[in-house]
Design a protein around this ligand. Structure first.
Ligand SMILES: *Cc1c(COP(=O)(O)O)cnc(C)c1O
Length: 390
């Protein structure tokens, strides 16, 4: 049978699900140039505005001068260099766990951790709304794979009753398309009661959440026994690239032995680790970014509620506006863009059918005036289509 890609692509277009890549022609930040047009953007994950920070850039440059550009080999051969090791030690200290292991990105950290811990005869239980990389990891592991209702400890408990073998419970910390927090204390209680391990991917929590940016674990004050496997990514609030798994000495040694996405890949450039060490320092010590960001979140939610927009249960920088219909979401996003604002429409299959939304993300690099501009534009665009929406 021959491939009929054109029919598949046409169907995707007809369903309003066709994806296109905006071309960024400037550094990341609130004010960007996209496809030749200057725009005010509310869609990156650079929550603390560190992706283009002069000190982080300088650390990268100095790192490249000292260590060169490429990692040159995998960690187990000769690619594990001083800056990688120093960053792992700093991340262990930051997360309050005995050790941390650096991965090339979050997708690989999740694949690596899940597939190293469970396999045939075991069980993986995941939140229905988990990030795609976690769902893929669960499927790839070969373990029995089951999804529980979103953030529902009771639904998890029912599935734990039927679990066999080693059982891994996996959840996002902050849900990436909704912005809400996992109910970790309840999930951890259920998991511990059944001898299961809880793995939390806190890609969006590190940086914005917790008094010192320690994410959802710091927010809830949870121990390594509550959450034995903790994943963080470095491409979001850290502003750089990469990811890590933090946990016990034995967990990290096991990943070094058995996590294929760790073993069979070239280490990230050591200079990148130098940059991340600097951004970690800024994230931990300069609290004003988190405080400013929290003010912007309150400002946005207050303004959006006054307009009558349907927000979600989120106090994080992820502030989706529920639209429902994919075509509408795309249309709203397009209208905002005509007014110089970039807000992404998120559609199925990234989110469940009928729950297309505008995904607004806020950053400490935004000003209050910029958030007000967004609110003004949203008010106008929303009013435009409300009559025929109702
Ligand atoms: C972004 C994200 C990832 C993937 O991380 P990358 O480093 O970008 O590969 C994993 N999990 C969650 C929850 C994410 O939001």
């Amino acid at each position: 049978m021959s491939f009929d890609l054109s029919t598949r692509l046409a169907a995707r277009r007809a369903d309003n699900l066709y994806r296109q890549r905006p071309l960024l022609e400037s550094p990341q930040g609130p004010e960007v140039v996209v496809d030749g047009q200057p725009l005010l953007a509310f869609c990156n994950n650079d929550y603390l505005g560190l992706a283009n920070h002069p000190q982080v850039i300088e650390a990268w440059q100095a790192g490249a001068s000292r260590w060169g550009v490429g990692g040159g080999a995998s960690h187990l051969v000769i690619g594990h260099s001083g800056p990688h090791h120093a960053l792992e030690e700093a991340l262990a200290e930051f997360t309050g766990r005995p050790r941390a292991l650096l991965f090339s990105n979050g997708y690989m950290a999740n694949l690596g951790a899940v597939t190293a811990l469970v396999g045939q005869g075991d069980t993986v239980l995941e939140d229905r709304l988990n990030h795609a990389s976690l769902l893929d990891a669960g499927l790839l592991s070969g373990a029995r794979f089951n999804r529980y209702l979103h953030n529902d400890a009771t639904s998890l408990a029912k599935r734990l009753e039927k679990a066999c073998g080693h059982t891994l419970v996996v959840t996002d910390g902050v849900f990436s398309m909704d912005g809400d927090l996992a109910d970790l204390p309840a999930l951890a209680r259920e998991a511990r009661a059944k001898g299961a391990w809880l793995m939390v991917d806190d890609a969006h929590g590190f940086g914005p959440l917790g008094a010192k940016g320690g994410g959802i674990i710091e927010h809830f004050g949870l121990s390594v026994d509550d959450v034995p496997v903790l994943v963080g990514t470095l491409g979001k609030a850290f502003g750089t690239s990469g990811a890590f798994v933090a946990g016990s000495e034995e967990l990290i040694e096991s990943l070094i032995q058995f996590a294929r996405p760790y073993i069979y890949t070239t280490s990230q450039p050591p200079a990148l680790a130098c940059a991340t060490l600097k951004s970690l320092e800024l994230l931990r010590t300069e609290h004003w970014r988190r405080e400013h960001l929290n003010r912007l979140i309150r400002q946005f939610r207050h303004g959006a509620e006054q307009i009558g927009l349907q927000l979600m249960d989120s106090f994080t920088p992820i502030q989706p506006i529920m639209v429902g219909d994919s075509g509408r979401a795309v249309q709203l996003s397009r209208r905002l863009r005509e007014r110089g604002l970039l807000v992404t429409a998120i559609r199925p299959p990234t989110v469940p059918a009928g729950s297309a939304r505008l995904r607004v993300t806020l950053s400490a690099a935004h000003t209050e005036a910029q958030v007000q501009l967004l609110l003004n534009a949203l008010e106008d665009c929303w009013r435009e289509w409300e009559p025929d929406h109702a």
